[in-house]
Design a protein around this ligand. Sequence first.
Ligand code: ZN
Ligand code: ZN
Length: 258
Amino acid sequence: MDTPLCRHAVGEPAEYAAQAVKLGLKEIGFSEHNPMPRDDFDDWHMSLGDLEEYIEKVARARRTHPGLRIGLALEVDYLPGHEDWIRELGARHPWDYLIGAVHYVSDSWDLDNPNKISQWKDRDPFEVWSAYFERLTMATESGLFEIIAHADLCKKFCFYPERDCTPLFTRFLKAARQKGVALELNTAGLRKDCKEIYPSPPIVRLAAQMGVPITFASDAHAPGEVGMNFAQAVELARNAGYTHCCRFAQRQRREAKF
Ligand SMILES: [Zn+2]
Ligand SMILES: [Zn+2]
C-alpha cells in the first residue's frame, strides 16, 4: 500500500491501519514506490529526501494501532542497471520485505501510466508483453526481492496479445520457484480497465502447479481500498490449489494457512 509521498495516493498510514482493524485484518504492510536514482526520474515515486518521513509515518501507524502487525516495505521498480541502487536502498533500513515491480519496459515508458496509453497504439502487444515478462524474470532472478508485484500489469489497459503467452509466464514462474520469490495476488486489477486480479487465473494455476508461494495485496492507494476484494483473491488462490500464503518480517518468509 502507498502513502501520499508518491503523490498519487491519499490518506495517512494510520488511517489505512484503522480501516484494516475495522475489517478484522491481523496484518498489513506499506510498500511505497521506492526513491529512484534521480528524483526527477518521474512524478510518481517517492523522493529520496522523504525516506525518513515515510519510515516515521509507518512508525506512527504502529504506535496508534499496537494490535495490528504492520510491515514496512518498499515497492521497488526494477530496471536493468539499477541493481546497485536497489541494493543500497535495501541496506538503508531493516525493511520487512522488498516487492520487485516492473512498470518500465524502457527507460521512458511506464506501460501502466494512463498519460502514456497512446504508446500502446503503435506497438504489437505481444512485443510489449514479451519485454515486460523479460524484465519481470530478470527482477525475479536478481535475488533483490521477496515478492513480485502485479505480475501481469501489462494487461491493465486490455491490450492483449493474440499469441499464446504461456512460455513467458512459465519462464518467469520457474525463476520465482528457483529463487523462492513470492507471487502477489493483487486486487487492484479489479479496479482497472482489465477488471481482473493481477495475475490472471491461468498464471495463478501455473504458479500453484510449480510450487510458487503467494501473498495477498490490495495495493490500496486510499484507506477505503484496504483489503478490497480479498474474498475474491482468496477464492482465486483456493481454486488454483493454494492453502497457504506467506508473511514476511525482517525479510524472512513464514508460511501461513489462509
Ligand atoms: Zn502507487
Ligand atoms: Zn506497482
